[in-house]
Ligand binder design. Sequence first.
Ligand SMILES: [Zn+2]
Length: 405
Amino acid sequence: MALVIRNGPGRTRERHGVVDESDGKTPLTNFASTKTGNLTVRHPLLELRLTPTTGLGLFAKCDVKRGSRLLSEAPLLLIPSSGPTTYQDLQQQLEKASPAEREALYGLQHDPELLSRNQVRQVRNYAVTIRKFAKDKDGLKSFVQTQAKAMAIFETNATKLVNKSGSAVFPLYSRINHSCTPNVYANYNPSLRTHTVHAIRDIEAGEEILTTYIDSSQFFAGRDEDLKKYGFECACAFCQSHEPSLLGPTTSDATKRDLRRAKINVVKRSLYAFEGEHARADGICAPRSPSEALDRAQDLIKLLREEGLLGMDLAQAYRWASKYSLQFGVLEKARDYAQKEAEVELCCLGPETDYMGGSGNAASWLKHVQATAEKDKVKLRACEKRMAKEVKRMEKKAEKKAKKR
Ligand SMILES: [Zn+2]
C-alpha cells in the first residue's frame, strides 16, 4: 500500500508566483520575487492565504467533494536515492532542472538548522575544487551560501516517495500544512511521475487543506516527538485540545481520542506482524489465527473511521478484512470489504493504480475475490448435483426394498 511521509513543514513563504491549473495538471508558468511574502496561484479550487498560526497555507476556494483531485504535479526536483541526501545528488538534479524550476525551488522556505554538518562540509569541499573561485573569496562564499540554501530548501520541503522512488520537492504540495486529522491524501505515482493530492472527505469553501507529515495514529507524545524533527509543535485542533496532565481523570474527549489513536497504532502493527511484514517487536502481540486477525481488522476499520483517518490505512484495513474473510470462505463479506477497499483507494489515489502490480491495487484484489466466489459457485453447483444424484439413488434403493417386502 502506498504511504507518503512529507519531510518538511513548509510554513513561512517568501515569494510570489503564478501557477496554472487549467486541465487538472499544474504547470509552473512564472514565479517572481516580491517583498510582501504572498504567493498568487491560479487554481480552480485552491488559494494561498495567511493562517493565524502557521504562516501561509492552501485553502479551498469552493466546496470540494470527497475524492476530488486537488493537485497533480510533477516534482521540481527529485533525488532518486532513498538514503540521506548528499550534495552530489542535489547538484546533479539541480543541473537538470529548468530555470523556472530552479527559481520556484529557491522560492520555498527553508530551515538551515535541518542541514547536517556533513552536508555543509560536502558543499564547502566541492566549492574549493572549482578553479574560478581560487582567487575569488567573495565568489566562493556566495556560491557556498547559495548551494547550502538549495540543500536546506530540499531538506525542509522534500517528501519521501513510495516504492523507494526517492525524495522530491513539489511546487504546491510543499505549501500544505500539517494536521493530525488530515482532509487530503497525497501520493506519488512513479509510472506517471506525478504527485497527486485528493480530498478524503468533503471540504467546505474557506477550509484549509491539511495533509499529515507523520503517522498520525499515535498517542500525543509520539506525534509530538515525530513533529519535533520538523522543527514545530502541532497546532491542529486535536493536539490543541490535548490535556498535558496524566494525573487527572482520563475521561476528556481529547484523552479518549488519544487512547483510540494509540489503539489504532497497536492493532495496525499487530496485523503487519501477522502478515510477516514487520518484526514482532516492542511487545506487539500478533493475532494467533486468521479468525483473531479478522476481528482485529474489523476493529481497525471502526477505529479509523471514528477518528476520521480516512486515507490508505483504511483501505489496508479493508484489504485485511477481505483477505481473512476469504480464508474463512465467507465470500459475501470478502467481496463487500474488497469493494469498500476499492472505493477508498479510488478516493485517495484516483484510477491510475496499475503501477502497484499483482494484487497490489484494489481492483486486482476485487477481481481475485470475485473469481474465487465464481469458482466456489461452480463447486457448490457440482456438489448440489452430486447430492441430488445420491438422494435419487437412495430413493430408488428404498423403493426396491419396499417392493420386495
Ligand atoms: Zn496535531
